[in-house]
Design a protein around this ligand. Sequence first.
Ligand code: ZN
Length: 295
Amino acid sequence: MPSPERGTILLGYDVESASDSTRGFLQGARQLHQKYDVPWTIYLTGQTLTARVEDVREVIADPLLTVGQHTYNHVLLKSIYMQPGDGQPVHGRSPNFFHQGGTLEQVREEIDSTQTLIEDLLQIECQGLTGPWGYYRGLVDRPDILQILADNSIQWIRTNARDYRDCQPTPFSEQPFFYTDQGFEDILELGVQGYQDDFYWDRFDDRQYGETYQDYLFAMLERVAAEDLVWNVCSHDHGTVDTETFFQTKGQWIEELIVQAMDLGIRFASPPQVYAEMKAAVRPSGGGHPLKEKQ
Ligand SMILES: [Zn+2]
């Protein structure tokens, strides 16, 4: 008998490779999520949707699927400056790595055009976004970018996805919040807790939980259940050229994660579901930070 439901997991994938891996990932992920009746979200770049629209259309009717966007060209909303401080190279550079963000005009164009594309090609009014690469503290310091999101009816985002070094893992203390203090009480930051994917675990993890990514994932599941946390899990359509390859790589750990989470009584939710729940929780007292208002 699983214990009562505690903890929430969202599964969301950047679909950005504009290659055969897009098809392999989408086919594999649909099969996996239908097998366990677990919701999933894809964050599409405009480039990928343009190049692989038929692959996306093949899975779009899945009622478990929600669609978000990931900009048109994968332009960073903010610059990142990674300082791992461990003497090891990062993205081929050492000791630090800088990647410049887009200008505000570029960011607007990237987001506007992808909203239009998703509406034109998929007939969906997209309400979600993942910020390319993710940033320390998300968009708490960028009301100008939040305004662009608001202008595009974006309601739930994943941009809080790095630690204080602009590296990973993002601490699990980073839980979903509305950008109320910035004046955008209708935009929910979901974050990406932990690592953005297996390859980031491989680079950054100190192996304190074991020698495999699954060791880390299972340890975090215990914590999510014990502390009733939200975990927004991320992966990518990288190296998944067909369904078989998907189930040998990403699909393998995603499936093990799903099974283990179910054993622990953790529930699965979609971003719109978490958004509706958190909105309902703040509304009676007239807005503000949900955690503060619980006191
Ligand atoms: Zn990405």
